[in-house]
Design a binder for this molecule. Structure first.
Ligand code: XIL
Length: 319
């Protein structure tokens, strides 16, 4: 079969995957499939703050450097994920904020330093950065994170300005889940993007994670949602697509899953400025889903033995 990346070549859409660095090192089938099928990669974990700065001032860039090097060797673009998030923060940071030993002024400096250091390290080698991740609640209010509590809402525009200063050519993205269609949360992003862009803040992309579940139905108005961001002059991307189901797997669920992957892909291919379609892992062997969603799984394009599911073929046909 023709590799997905070859099928994607003419579409203007990169086909990407999240990469698990342990699997890349240990599993030959995983490594070969990553190289063969995808022309964009995202670090599943190793660019997150807890990974790169496990203790204060002590950095571990090794696994992230390995990913960037592997990507270059295989002609893959790299999405950077992620600079500002409420989750997977290092313990020294959350503890310091909780016990009051890190106050607001110091925290702002720490955040600025984190963004500047990481973005500069990979300057010119990352085409898109998820600058802020998951900053809104479902109802469209700002998430009550340490960033909002300590720094107020301006931390968002600060983050984009600092990232832009560190690598002016990288496209800078907002990123979240449950924002595929038009709803309160995606509208909060739309309003934020519009306001920031009118103030000249360098925010250039809207990232839609795309973590779907067949039991919840396919989101409405996906094309319309992409179109409204693109009308602001922004790029769009699907950044973490997977489609989980309640186990056990059966043929009907796999068929439904295939239509969900295809539905998001079609919206991307048909949009004017949708730059990439990234799956959050391509084999159930390494998917994050069963560990987080009780009784659910089988969310990726291949099963645990790397056999292609109907969704794999559907993505190939959509490219
Ligand atoms: C997940 C990883 O897949 C897991 O390995 C990790 O334990 C937790 O984070 N939204 C995101 C991703 O933006 O970073 C998350 O990745 C999945 C949800």
């Amino acid at each position: 079969p023709v590799p997905l990346r070859a099928l994607a070549a003419g579409t203007g859409v990169r086909i990407g995957t999240a990469v698990d660095m342990a699997a890349l090192a240990d599993d030959t089938t995983y490594r070969r499939t990553t190289a063969r099928e995808f022309n964009s990669v995202t670090a599943e974990n190793v660019m997150k703050w807890e990974s790169v700065e496990p203790s204060r001032g002590t950095y571990d860039w090794q696994p992230a450097d390995d990913l960037v090097r592997s990507a270059r060797a295989h002609g893959q673009a790299v999405r950077g994920h992620t600079l500002v998030w409420h989750s997977q923060l290092p313990g020294w940071l959350t503890t310091g904020v909780a016990d009051g030993s890190i106050g607001a002024t110091e925290l702002r400096g720490i955040l600025r330093n984190h963004i500047t250091t990481e973005v500069k390290r990979y300057k010119g080698r990352i085409y898109q950065w998820d600058v802020v991740n998951e900053v809104f609640e479902e109802d469209g209010s700002l998430r009550n994170s340490i960033w909002l509590q300590q720094l107020g809402p301006s931390y968002i525009e600060d983050a984009f300005r600092w990232a832009h200063a560190a690598d002016p050519k990288a496209k800078l993205f907002l990123n979240d889940y449950n924002v595929e269609g038009i709803n309160a949360k995606s509208t909060a992003y739309y309003d934020l993007a519009k306001r920031l862009r009118s103030k000249g803040v360098p925010v250039q992309g809207f990232g839609i994670q795309g973590h779907l579940a067949i039991q919840y139905g396919f989101p409405g108005q996906v094309a319309e949602n992409l179109a409204r961001f693109e009308k602001l002059g922004m790029q769009t991307a699907f950044t973490e697509v997977d489609v989980r189901m309640i186990l056990p797997v059966d043929e009907e669920k796999l068929a439904t899953q295939a239509t969900y992957f295809r539905g998001l892909l079609d919206a991307c291919v048909q949009a004017r400025r949708c730059t990439s379609f990234t799956v959050w892992g391509f084999s159930d062997k390494y998917s994050w889903v069963p560990g987080v969603f009780d009784g659910q799984g089988a969310a990726t394009l291949m099963n645990e033995e790397f056999a292609r599911k109907p969704a794999f073929a559907a993505v190939g046909e959509g490219l």
